[in-house]
Ligand binder design. Sequence first.
Ligand SMILES: C[S@@+](CC[C@H](N)C(=O)[O-])C[C@H]1O[C@@H](n2cnc3c(N)ncnc32)[C@H](O)[C@@H]1O
Length: 238
Amino acid sequence: MPKAEQVQNVFRSVARRYDLANRAISLGRDESWRRDVVHMAVARKPRVVLDLATGSGDLAFALRKAMPEEVTVSGLDFCEPMLEQARAKQARRPWAASIRFYQGDCMALPLPDSSVDVLTIAWGLRNLEDRGAGLAQMHRVLRPGGVLYCLEASQPHRLVRRPYYLYLDHVVPMIARLITGQRGAYEYLANTIGSFPDRELLSDEMRLAGFGSVTTHPRMFGGICIHEAVKAGPRPAQ
Ligand SMILES: C[S@@+](CC[C@H](N)C(=O)[O-])C[C@H]1O[C@@H](n2cnc3c(N)ncnc32)[C@H](O)[C@@H]1O
């Protein structure tokens, strides 16, 4: 089965309980990491913001709340059941009515070149069929001076690597089975972390995709990392 189809099936199967599972697996820390991304993004004073692999939309909601009203905030995902969760939450949050949640593939972004100021992607990059090609798409749609914020699992400091992987391989699938009934889905997700590059290698991949400067912001002994990748070139005058 192609990886994209496998990933869609995984998220289709957990969509309804995704938020709860996420909170439990991250020990309630996921919201504070998203908040860190939002603080960095706000400081860039963007006009157009797009949250990729938005899933149930939590990062898009946090961005909407923090950005001035005139800023356009959208969320894109290729899994309709995850987007349905985002839209259901939106219906209960009148302040978030302006967010456009739409279906799209990070591997073929349905956007013109140089049309976005800030892109965010939280726990999405790891799932892409071809990471290099996906990063090149992100670079293409960002304006010069635009920034990609990637929040993702990473390889932690070697002293905590063993307990980290014990947690991922044994505790996460157990929590996931209790909450979503889908142990296998989370075994797959945990396995993808093991083969994911560490933060220096991922920075290199981002540079290879065209990004001019890449800064890393590790969290949890490096088990989580925010990459801040800037597309070279002056930002057009406001
Ligand atoms: C782990 S969830 C992350 C959701 C959300 N960003 C969050 O912070 O909780 C990963 C999401 O990536 C989406 N995804 C994976 N590959 C994608 C692709 N090629 N294009 C669009 N969405 C994709 C999945 O459908 C899923 O909703």
